[in-house]
Write a protein that binds this ligand. Sequence first.
Ligand code: SPV
Ligand code: MG
Length: 431
Amino acid sequence: MKTVYTCFCTDIIHEGHLNIIQYAKKYGKVIVGVMSDEAMLHYNRFPTISFEERVQMVKGMEDVSKVVIQNDIMYDKILCEIKPNYVIHGDNWKEGPESAIRENVIKNLEKYGGELIEIPYTYNENIKRINKRLKEKLAMPEFRRKRLRQFIKLRPIVKTLEVHSGLTGLIAEKTVVEHNGELDQFDAMWISSLCDSTVKGKPDIELVDMTSRCRTIEDVMEVTTKPIIFDGDTGGLVEHFVYLVRTLERMGVSAIIIEDKTGLKKNSLFGTDVKQSQDSIKNFSEKIAAGKRVQLTEDFMIIARIESLILEKGMEDALMRAREFRDAGADGIMIHSRKKEPDEILEFCDKFRKEDKSTPIVVVPSSFSVITEAELVEHGVNIVIYANQLTRSAFPAMEQTAKDILKYHRAKEVESRLMPIQQILTLIDEL
Ligand code: SPV
Ligand code: MG
């Protein structure tokens, strides 16, 4: 009997999936692959049920002869293993990043004479509603909050993009690329103090108050599902910090990063060009411990950011602080540098990892942007934050547009650089 293969990366079975199975069974014995969490995270939404539950769900389907695990997005390995006569898929993958998967399937089927069957993708009001409900579930505080910890476990490195509005949130949420046969997307979002201030035309000196910063979080949360890491600057007074932890935790933020500075905070990328003072280990440890004490869930993370390298206090000081802050309860360590080369960051990571195998390390490669994610993984980094690149790319583009309109006394000359209205409209989901 001939075999037909299809891969499901879904956490709910709806009529679209049933259609595929009904169609498939006409061709032979139906084998369904369940895509692993790790593979799904490269391009799909986060599963709302566990991998084991997804396997059980598919096993329970009528007309499915066999369930296998598909560990990769691409089909090379699975098709080589089971060599089905047919692969069946909805025709919705002909466009966009998923077309790379389609090409991969065709290439692999050609190797042994297998055939691809494409059937019209079922998309109706009911399926739309189901998808929307799943998305809304992912956005709920109790689901969103814990997702950063889940990502740290599932991803070699958690890729985090700065966002400061609903629109930038949508970019972090929806951008998926295909490059060299691989698909990828961002995992998490960073609410930067620098960009949240800059977009308001304010300096990054803890001037934008928490009500306003929480409003930014709300704007982002309203239209996204990915987990949020909040830049909490110094965390302020301990007496205020504990309230902030509660607020963020309740909102569904996954982590706050606070830096061991005191007094009037200036942006770290000024380094020693401006006066900045580092907090004592004792004070800062107390702040971390106070935050951990008031936290109500196991999900929320307080990450300690060490400014010793920025302030040229040396590697030993940075390492000592890392140990102390971790022992005070910090759920992770962010180490920062403004050097062009990543050497001191990597030295810190290597030394810290030698003595501590598990505390997550966070790195923000703004000035040492040469470093790749693969290199960071090699040195034990768990989270990479692209902290300001969206803002820095938008500003020059907007400024140039403004200049050109002034210059030409009309907008025609800038038109070719602009996103078509139709495209910007489709970025925004309607209820
Ligand atoms: C931010 O994005 O606000 C940060 C990172 O704190 S940095 O600007 O590099 O200090
Ligand atoms: Mg900041």
